[in-house]
Design a protein around this ligand. Structure first.
Ligand SMILES: [Fe+2]
Ligand SMILES: [Fe+2]
Length: 267
């Protein structure tokens, strides 16, 4: 069973990268399901129904979110009806859902979205939230994929170790920078600290660099905008046992103007 997971799609440049690279990747990878983080698809902040539809029309089956989930008010127009969109499970009382079940053959894959806390917010611990969600899922899912949307490497590693052997993969998102630490933990959980970003190549995690530098220099309020120009595409391919729930392979995809794919390590 193969999953293709695409890191945070940022604004127009992110969509351009999806259009340019996803068809070829899908043809090569032949994943059973394609999941993408869409928390930045609306000009860097949130998502709308039209943009979610755009993602579905362009080969993405499920969308996970993150701390920017509520940034675009239009999400409230459709989040309760859209079963292919998963918001952070930490927001228990908010509209939408913290996990969803995707049928693959005769079995189901649970897709969970959970936020970390360090340098992020005061919601409940990802350990507690994930334990609760897993209890709710029970034996309905053969595989569980967790999009762990968090800032710090240490928190992401700790969560992955805690759930090693109980979930198929813990995939980090949010920092927008792909890490080279993909691995399978001893219990069979696939892990990467961050998948990275699909969006502008020449910015500060997707935003135009000059306003960011300006803000650092002056401390005045500055409007951040999505950067333009060259684009990059970041993803991981996760293989799981057909019969069991464990991860058997995890590989990165990273395409930039300087770094093409297929290359070494192509799935
Ligand atoms: Fe993001
Ligand atoms: Fe984020």
């Amino acid at each position: 069973m193969r999953i293709l997971f695409i890191g945070d799609i940022v604004g127009g440049p992110g969509r351009q990268a999806v259009k340019r690279y996803l068809p070829r990747i899908k043809e090569t990878v032949r994943a059973d399901v394609v999941i993408a983080n869409g928390e930045n698809v609306a000009d860097g902040r949130g998502i709308t129904r039209n943009l979610a539809e755009w993602m579905f029309d362009h080969g993405i089956d499920f969308i996970t979110m993150g701390n920017h989930v509520w940034d675009h008010p239009k999400i409230f127009d459709f989040i309760d009806q859209e079963k292919r969109l998963v918001r952070p499970a930490n927001f228990r009382c908010a509209p939408g859902q913290g996990y969803t079940l995707c049928p693959i053959g005769e079995r189901q894959l649970a897709i969970v979205n959970v936020l970390g806390r360090a340098f992020m917010g005061e919601w409940d611990s990802p350990l507690d939230v994930l334990s609760e969600v897993m209890e709710e899922i029970g034996d309905r899912a053969a595989w569980i994929l967790v999009d762990l949307h968090a800032e710090t490497t240490s928190e992401k590693q700790a969560v992955a170790w805690h759930f090693d052997g109980r979930v198929s993969a813990v995939i980090g998102t949010h920092t927008h920078v792909q890490t080279a630490d993909e691995r399978i933990l001893p219990g069979g959980t696939g892990y990467i600290t961050d998948v990275g970003m699909t969006g502008p190549f020449n910015g500060v995690i997707g935003m135009k660099k000059d306003p960011v530098i300006q803000k650092m220099m002056t401390h005045l309020p500055v409007r951040f905008e999505v950067a333009d120009g060259d684009v990059q595409f970041s993803a991981v391919v996760i293989d799981c046992e057909e019969r069991g729930g464990r991860c058997i392979a995890i590989r990165r995809i990273f395409i930039t103007p300087d770094h093409q794919w297929p290359g070494p390590g192509t799935p």
